[in-house]
Design a binder for this molecule. Structure first.
Ligand SMILES: O=P(O)(O)OC[C@H]1O[C@H](O[C@H]2O[C@H](CO)[C@@H](O)[C@H](O)[C@H]2O)[C@H](O)[C@@H](O)[C@@H]1O
Length: 551
């Protein structure tokens, strides 16, 4: 599969580069930075949504899927960007938010005005006979999942923010609209599509209460009909393009379902995003909590998914960061003495693994969470709701704030740090979200004398060069050694052993004879070479290549 050799860069347009000084990143800003993106040798860019939106959820509340939001530019800007990226050898992946629309979308507005055709696009339900909400479901952003549908006395379903109304995919007209939107962008030369929370589109027609002790999400996540909808969507849109690359964001999914969504013979998706490894610092499974991550749980998830997707013929996206997650360096690495080493180790740990690696903007220069000191610095609706909920649950302001600092989505949404000036070279105006540590971490310094960017360049090149990286099997290694995340990749007679030290202490690793004289493919420690018993310095990574034919 061609996409096995690709590396995808995730770009959050609002925070990448502001060309007009309004404090918000834009498409012309991205055009100005194409040389930077080209230098990294990435194959495709996933853009977070830049469609017309009231921005209550930063663009995940789409009001018009076929227009560029004027905050970001015009369709002419998009076309110029697409053409210039193509010339640079970079494809585009667009973010399709098709589980819900903004309540400002014309479909919802027509539904509100009484148009029956469009009312059937959404889940609009009467209250229960006792006057309570149609079901007891919780919104993922806090509070009930139902809001009053105008003054009709009915309610509409919103699994996310109140102004994100869930579409009813049972309705064939909704599914046709979805395919038509994708085809609109395909006609503009787009080959890549990321589908937001795709595995929750299969809600039942009859919505019922979740029984006590059962989370409502289990009623609508990964239902069997999701696969039918994806197959149909593929057949009517992206599946007609042999060069398409698609990824489904799968909320709380399973390995079994992920294999089904991505097995080539099922004609559904190229790959899935799953999030289990990013929940290993959730206390009792609760996001809005604070806890150091559980290394054993993390390693177990990485191994189980790596090995079982391999055995089942499935494919996954490999990532540590995205626009919803705090920066991985703050969670799994070290933001002090070992920032550079741990950034490189985390990169190697996923780029040499089985799946398609994603780089979230700023990761390639080792960006970390901002240092904010007050709730006034945070803008995300989820963080604001969570802060209030934490106070309501009895946390002190200090405790609640510490949790927001650790978990807020704003952590990864701060502007790209281009230089060490007041606004990090992102804007000449007032940035919509404040950068804080651009003096220490910025592109200019990184390109001048850093090593993380170059390390990423090398990893990207290796994936293209070595089939054992793009297509080899995945076998866990060294699970008895604490803080070691290691795996072997095998393709024919070529073996690759990847060792990663997830700690600030040295660890020793006995090497199997096969690797004791192997070639060092990449490492972040200049003098590290294989020996019968290897000592891995703090946050070291090393990949050893051995071929029976002596490669
Ligand atoms: O944590 P999970 O239940 O496994 O879900 C994964 C992510 O889903 C949501 O993210 C996406 O949809 C949201 C609504 O459109 C949007 O706000 C977000 O930016 C999208 O990426 C959820 O908001 C994330 O927190 C989860 O990580």
């Amino acid at each position: 599969m061609a996409f096995h050799k690709k590396v995808i860069y995730q770009l959050y347009p609002k925070s990448f580069y502001d060309s007009d000084g309004d404090g918000v990143g834009d498409l012309r800003g991205i055009i100005e930075k194409i040389d930077y993106l080209k230098a990294l040798h990435i194959d495709m860019i996933w853009f977070n949504p830049f469609f017309v939106s009231p921005q209550y959820d930063n663009g995940y509340d789409v009001a018009d899927y076929r227009q560029i939001d004027p905050r970001f530019g015009t369709m002419a800007d998009f076309e110029e960007l697409a053409q210039k990226l193509k010339a640079a050898g970079i494809d585009i992946m667009l973010d399709m938010v098709l589980n819900h629309t903004s309540t400002q979308h014309v479909w919802f507005q027509k539904a509100l005005a009484g148009d029956k055709h469009y009312q059937d696009y959404y889940y609009i339900r009467p209250p229960k006979p006792d006057g309570s909400l149609p079901t007891n479901w919780e919104s993922k952003f806090g509070g009930p999942a139902w809001a009053p549908f105008g003054d009709t006395g009915n309610y509409y379903l919103h699994l996310y923010e109140r102004r994100q109304a869930d579409l009813d995919w049972h309705n064939p007209a909704v599914r046709q609209e979805a395919a038509a939107i994708i085809n609109f962008w395909r006609a503009k030369g787009v080959h890549g599509f990321r589908f937001d929370v795709l595995n929750v589109i299969g809600k039942a027609n009859q919505l019922v209460d979740a029984p006590p002790e059962v989370e409502s999400k289990t009623l609508y996540t990964d239902t069997p009909i999701v696969q039918d909808y994806i197959k149909e969507l593929a057949a009517n849109s992206f599946g007609q393009d042999p060069n398409s690359v698609t990824v489904g964001e799968m909320s709380s999914t399973t390995i079994k379902n992920s294999i089904a969504y991505t097995k080539p013979e099922n004609h559904e998706l190229s790959m899935v995003f799953q999030f289990h490894h990013l929940k290993t610092d959730y206390k009792n499974g609760e996001k809005w909590s604070k806890m150091p991550y559980d290394f054993k749980a993390l390693r177990n998830i990485l191994h189980t998914w790596g090995q079982q997707l391999d055995q089942g013929g499935g494919w996954q996206a490999l990532f540590w960061n995205n626009h919803d997650q705090p920066r991985a360096l703050n969670r799994f690495g070290d933001v002090g003495q070992y920032r550079v080493k741990s950034a490189e180790m985390l990169a190697a740990a996923i780029h040499l693994s089985r799946g398609t690696p994603y780089i979230y903007m700023g990761e390639e220069i080792g960006m970390t969470d901002p240092h904010y000191h007050s709730m006034a610095d945070y803008v995300d609706v989820e963080a604001k709701n969570a802060y209030q909920a934490l106070l309501k649950a009895g946390k002190s302001e200090q405790e609640a704030f510490a949790i927001i600092v650790a978990k807020a989505r704003d952590n990864s949404r701060t502007p790209m740090q281009w230089d060490d000036t007041a606004n990090a070279g992102f804007t000449t105006g007032t940035p919509w979200l404040r950068p804080t540590n651009q003096r220490e971490i910025n592109v200019k310094a990184e390109l001048a004398h850093g090593e993380i960017f170059r390390f990423y360049q090398k990893l990207i090149a290796l994936r293209k060069q070595y089939q054992v990286i793009s297509d080899g099997s995945y076998v866990p290694f060294g699970t008895e050694i604490d803080r070691l995340y290691a795996y072997e990749r095998v393709a024919g007679d070529v073996h690759l052993l990847v060792l990663n030290n997830f700690s600030d202490k040295a660890i020793t690793v006995p090497l199997p004879p096969r690797f004791q004289h192997a070639r060092v493919l990449i490492t972040n420690e200049a003098d590290l070479t294989p020996t019968a018993t290897m000592t891995l310095p703090p946050y070291a990574t090393i990949a050893l290549l051995q071929s029976d034919k002596g490669e």
